[in-house]
Design a protein around this ligand. Structure first.
Ligand SMILES: NC(=O)c1ccc[n+]([C@@H]2O[C@H](COP(=O)([O-])OP(=O)(O)OC[C@H]3O[C@@H](n4cnc5c(N)ncnc54)[C@H](OP(=O)(O)O)[C@@H]3O)[C@@H](O)[C@H]2O)c1
Length: 294
């Protein structure tokens, strides 16, 4: 099987490439720079030519602009990267019966609780990022062999996970949101499950996340605990004043994916354990709490 990974240099795409290769699946990665293949997915012709040239049996689309402020500043540009390419990929999928995985977001639900939202929950498009990702979902849905995967990820390489570890280690100021809930999973767990879903026949929409929902404050404190740091300087904060407006109750119900894959999704403890363990300068495998995480 030959699989094309779009956004192969990003937080998720890098792990997806590793997970595919580890399973003996031929993976070709594409991005604007730094990958096997060069593509700008906002250029439909460039994307179409890549699909024709590679002639893959499957595409996993991890390419995105996840910068909420940038999306808000230029919603059309957000649509060109997070929305429109899914239309080209859906057309390719319908023409070739190629498998198409569209990676999406959890940034769709408002509320003040750690509720779990299943795949039929009504979405709120509260910012341009959410609107652009939802338009991508709508286009991906047009392909009969597509699967849309809503997720929330962290990793030690970049983004929120990196920031949490660095901030805790350096005792940097941390304002931790107590009213913003997600079911964040580690990116390696996400990539492994994506490969399983790729090989399955399932289509439609599925949530892929931790089985635990936590506030950002709880998540950061769980990382601190795993790092044996007393987070006594963390300041609880509200996300309400942050702009652009965020969806606040982003917990995902993972019943469907657990049923499909026949295994439980990772807990919060397993997620933060993997995050801290990934950060090799933080703990060694022999002294980490990995063995006791369950
Ligand atoms: N990270 C999170 O917290 C999070 C949470 C929920 C959902 N997600 C979803 O997970 C997926 C992956 O996110 P991520 O965190 O891995 O993002 P990321 O680290 O920012 O990676 C984005 C990837 O897309 C590529 N890309 C960006 N613009 C492109 C363009 N015009 N043409 C071709 N490639 C382009 C980037 O490489 P170049 O810039 O070099 O082209 C990079 O490889 C996205 O669908 C995102 O919505 C992420």
């Amino acid at each position: 099987m030959k699989v094309l990974v779009l956004g192969a240099t990003g937080l998720l795409g890098t792990e997806v490439m590793k997970a595919l290769t580890a399973r003996g699946i031929r993976a070709l990665g594409a991005a604007r720079s730094g990958a096997d293949l060069k593509v700008d997915v906002t250029d439909p012709m460039s994307l179409f030519l890549l699909l024709t040239r590679v002639d893959a049996e499957a595409v996993i689309n991890c390419a995105a602009n996840i910068d909420l402020a940038a999306c808000e500043a230029d919603p059309e540009a957000a649509y060109r990267i997070n929305g429109a390419p899914a239309g080209v990929l859906a057309a390719w999928s319908n023409q070739t019966d190629g498998r198409f995985i569209q990676v999406s977001t959890d940034n769709y639900f408002m509320g003040e609780t750690p509720a779990r939202h299943n795949e039929t929950a009504v979405v709120s498009l509260v910012n341009a990022y959410a609107a652009s990702k939802f338009s991508g979902e709508s286009m991906a849905r047009e392909a009969s062999n597509s699967l849309i995967v809503r997720t929330n990820i962290c990793g030690a390489r970049k983004g929120f996970g990196r920031w949490v570890i660095d901030s805790l280690r350096n005792r940097a100021p941390i304002g931790a949101f107590t009213d913003y809930f997600t079911s964040t999973m580690h990116v390696t767990h996400c990539a492994e499950a994506l490969v399983d879903l790729l090989k399955s026949k399932h289509t439609g929409l599925v949530n892929l996340a931790s089985r635990d929902v936590s506030s950002k404050d709880e998540f950061i404190r769980a990382v601190a605990n795993m790092m044996d740091i007393n987070p006594d300087w963390i300041e609880p904060r509200s996300i309400a004043d942050l702009r652009p407006t965020r969806a606040t109750s982003c917990g995902l119900d993972v019943t469907r994916v657990e049923h499909w894959l026949g295994r439980p999704m990772p807990t919060l403890k397993q997620t933060v354990c993997t995050l801290v363990d990934e950060d090799s300068s933080c703990v060694t495998p022999t002294t980490s709490k990995l063995a006791t995480a369950s």
